[in-house]
Design a binder for this molecule. Structure first.
Ligand code: NAP
Length: 249
């Protein structure tokens, strides 16, 4: 897909990987619909990206997602891409303790919050975008952001389950949407230096850095350049690309 003048919605676009991908796509001539919950950062992101507009909403709110995509169609008159990127972490062991002493457990709230945003949010935005793409026969591509944690990471029952679900959705949508000329791909980043990572405790941060064979965390721009490649290359479909510096969990 030639990205010039194509319209792409990016969720979680106010900062981190979402902003880096929105910026890289803008530099290729795409017009971005920036979606996020953080209005202050959205305003600043929109000011930096020529041709963009912003939409402040929670991707796990069905009515808000439906309204936002209707508004995106009204504003741009096209939708050629979606980057399903918004996500959160609420880490913790499912059960922490020892014989005779249960210390803590992952709360159902922490389970549900991550599943709602990282999995249901991907479904809701994917469905809303695909409806527009199918109805108006747009040449289109959906990019889902997974994580190497999809393989099952210690202390991430909620996050790993959600990301494994995101990879399954990528396969399903590839099959279901192919006849409409819509591709679906995913990126599974490893350890990338964004605010989400900065919120990890220092010990976990150091341990994670030491596990990366290239010897450092990745930069958001290194994920963004892969995103641009996946949109541009029409022969790539139905796969999950790992951008992880060789890191295994
Ligand atoms: P980030 O720096 O925390 O940015 C995420 C953005 O999404 C924030 O602006 C956040 O707003 C927004 N957001 C959160 N909940 C939302 C919701 N319900 N609706 C709309 N927007 C919402 O995170 P990141 O590191 O860039 O991560 C982006 C994606 O990459 C996530 O899916 C993450 O799982 C994945 N990933 C990241 C890494 C990494 O190492 N960084 C590795 C693998 C996968 P607020 O901050 O205001 O809540």
């Amino acid at each position: 897909m030639d990205l010039n003048n194509k319209v792409i919605a990016v969720t979680g676009a106010a900062r981190g990987l979402g902003f880096a991908m929105a910026k890289a796509l803008t530099e290729k001539g795409a017009k971005i619909a920036l979606i996020d919950v953080n209005e202050a950062l959205l305003v600043s992101a929109a000011e930096q990206l020529a041709g963009s507009r912003y939409y402040c909403l929670d991707v796990s709110n069905e009515a808000a997602v439906e309204a936002a995509f209707a508004q995106i169609w009204q504003n741009f008159g096209a939708l050629n891409g979606l980057v399903n990127n918004a996500g959160i972490i609420r880490d913790g062991l499912m059960v922490k303790g020892e014989p005779g002493n249960i210390i803590s457990e992952m709360s159902f709230d922490d389970w549900q919050a991550v599943i709602n945003i990282n999995l249901s949010g991907v479904f809701l935005c994917g469905r809303a975008a695909a409806k527009l793409m199918v109805e108006h026969t747009q040449q289109a591509c959906i990019l889902n952001i997974s994580s190497i944690s999809a393989e099952g990471n210690y202390g991430q029952s909620n996050y790993s389950a959600a990301k494994a679900g995101v990879e399954a959705l990528t396969t399903v949508w590839t099959k279901e949407l192919a006849r409409h000329k819509i591709r679906c791909v995913a990126i599974a980043p490893g350890f990338i230096m964004t605010d989400m990572v900065a919120s990890m405790n220092q010990a976990a941060l150091q341990k994670a850095s030491a596990m990366v064979p290239v010897g450092r965390g990745g930069q958001p721009e290194e994920v963004a350049s892969m995103a641009v490649n996946l949109f541009e290359n029409d022969f790539i479909n139905g796969v999950v690309y790992k951008v992880h510096g060789g890191m295994r969990i």
